[in-house]
Structures are given as structure tokens and as C-alpha cells.
Design a protein around this ligand. Sequence first.
Ligand SMILES: [Fe+2]
Ligand SMILES: [Fe+2]
Length: 452
Amino acid sequence: MKVLIVNGNDRERQIYSIYLDNLIDGLSIAEAYSCNMAKEVLANFGSEISLIIYTNNTNDCGLYPFIKDHYPNIPFVFLSPDLPEEISELSGFKTHNPKNDSIITPVPPNDFKLAVIKILKPLLVNKSLSAFQRVKLIHFLRFNRVLCDVFLKLSDQKYVKVFKENCKYTKEEIDKLRSKDVDYLYIKNSDFERFQVTFNKMPFLIFDTSKMSEQDIIDAISMTNLMLNHIINSMGFSNDAITLAEKSVEQTIKLIEKNKSLTNLIFEMRNKKDYLYDHSYLTTIVCCEILRQMDWSDDRNVDQLCMASLLHDITLTNSDLALVLDQNDPELKKFSKEDIKNYIEHPTKICTMLEKIDFVPTEVINIIHQHHEAPQGGGFPERIRAMKLPVLSCTFILAHTYVKKIYRSNFDYQKNNEIVFELKKDYDVGNFKPLLDAFIKFHQENRHLKSA
Ligand SMILES: [Fe+2]
Ligand SMILES: [Fe+2]
């Protein structure tokens, strides 16, 4: 059973996905940022979709007339600050399917969940909703103190407290849970909302360095790489790609140590323990996997892509900015004028900084300058099209986009097919094409292995 969320705003789509994730056993979420993309998802997964939740903020035309004609039996929920009566394409939509409905936003999370359950499982309405939200266990590895109670799920009705509010925990305790195949721990809904947890930030977890030696702190920071290696390996990426990336990252960091301001920026980025470093490091591994598939994994290519991955967003002080897709993403408007300027200028600004550093090759500077370009020429700063983008930049852009998508899916392997399908839609062009083909082949073989 799948719910298709169609919403042009990345952040909103992510929040609604989080609300629905884990709501009913076996429910998964498919996402589309445009109506055209929604149509393609329906063409591929239509028989699995049990509900469409549509917000009228996409860049293309409305979705409902298409649904009415082609998928009249799938319930359609209009989620918007606008009234459905004000939208001409929705005229009379509540009479076309008795399950069609509208939800006026903003909507409290529980009301939203209840409205969805009401459609999907009418019998569950009178049962109480789960009072807990799950959090991937792996997140706990790089912190050591919880600011709210944390629970282990024994059954749908039974949760036991494993960590008490404010308690410090050890890596061994987390490893013990991992060895018992525990993938998630749980916190109360109220704490999830109080701390404003998102896939990018876990503010109820902190890293308490009191009573830690300097070496302990350095060791704990390096846990992030171990954790990310483990995650990406469980998604089917090869040990060879991980080892290659790890070695190259280590060498890059040694080089960077020659430059004090770069060292400080890298330390700050790693110390924040959020998306900024995670996605930089994961991009190195995905680049290495693509290079491996293309038989291009000579030292030069690997080192250049790994250095570019580590440094490409280094001046972004706010990790939420690294999640903005491009200069046209409506998300960008939510930031301050200074943040927007920082975002638009960061590819050029970082390159200007790196040009003065002798160990940074020109190829790395080019990759960083082009890391927000897009296949159809809609990126920035130069609006270069796929045919004119060098292959190494294309490798980076493809890997970076994939990482953004798997991170957003909370590393859920079940969603990998949809992610690869979305990439195919946008990147099957120009110099991206052979890279994409190799990447898809890798995923197909990998899926085969996973199901064997
Ligand atoms: Fe960037
Ligand atoms: Fe980035």
C-alpha cells in the first residue's frame, strides 16, 4: 500500500512523509514534486497507490482532471491553504469519489494523520494512534546523550524505555541493540514535535564532551564515517567503493591540514553532525561506485571527485541551505537575504577561495563551480546544459543528487527503485547518459543480489 504525495515544496513534502511514515504497517510513501512526475509514478506504480495527497504548488498544470479520467478509484485528498471550491479543476470532486476529501493547511500532525487513516483504514479511526515516532538507530551512534525518553518497540502496543531523558549512553549499548537486529528506536510524538526532528536534524540527541579526552572526541567524530559506511553498504554499495573513498578522503584531509582556514572549515562541518558533512562524505562513495562501474577508478579521478565532494559546500554555514535544490526552489525564499546570497554565490565563492590554494587541481575547481548545474540548463551559476558539462562534473552531479534523495528517504532501501526511476527521468541525456546507464545496471544487479 502506497500513498503518493504530490507537493512542489520539498520541505513540506518531507514533513508530510515523516508524518505518514510508520503510520500503518506496510504503508510506504511515493513522492512527486510535479504533476508530470506524479503521472509517471502512477504509470509505474499505479496499482500500489491507495491514496493521492495533492498540494496545488507545483510548477506545472493541475493533476485532478487526469486522475478523474484515468484513476477514478484512487481517493484524492486536496491539501492546501486554498479551499477546493476556489479551484476550478476541482469543481465537484467530492462527489466523484466519496473518499475524496480536502484538508486545509496548516494542519496539526495528528489531524493530518487521522484524516489519512480515515480514508485508508476506516476501522482504525476509533483506535488510538501510535504515540511514538521512530528514529533510525544508526543516528544514535554519533551522539551520546538523549534529551528525552527513548523507547524500544516490542509490539504495536508495547514499548519499553531504553534511555531515560538526559541520560548518557555508550556506543556499546547501541551496538548491542544493532546486534539484535534493532533498526529503530522510538520517541514520543510530543517529543518528536517539541524538538522539531527532521531527517536532517536530531536535536534530541547531543554529543556531550564532558569527561572526554581530546582523543576520545576525535574518535567520536570519526564515528560519523563508520556510521555512513555502514548505511551505504547496507544499501548495496560495494566495500571496494567505500574503501576507495575512505582512503581518498583521508589523503584529502591530510592535504587540507596544510591550510589552516580549510582545516577549520572541515572541522566545523564534521563537528555539526548533520547533512552538510554526511552528504559530502556519501557523495564521495557514490562517485567511487560510479567510477568503478565505468572502469575509470584511477587515482586521479577518485582523488579529484573525493576532494570536490568534501569541499563543494564548505562555506554554507546553515546545513538546511545544502538541501535547497537550485535557485528556483521555493524553499530558498524561506531563508534570510544573507543566506540566499550565500547560497547563490557559494559555487563561485568556494572556487575563488580554492584557486589560491596550490594543492587544489583545476579539475576540482571546475567540478565545484558546476555542482549546481542541471541537465536541461536550468541550474546555476552558468546554466550549462548536459552536452557541455564535463564527464567528471556529471559524475558528481549524479552522485550528489542520488545522495540527496536517499538521505531524504531515510536510507530506506525499499524506496531505491523509485529514486533510480526519478534519476532516469532527469538524467538520461548528454554526458550523463552513460553514467546513468552504469548506475542503473549496478542497481539492477544489486537488487538481484538482495533478493537472492
Ligand atoms: Fe552546493
Ligand atoms: Fe551539496
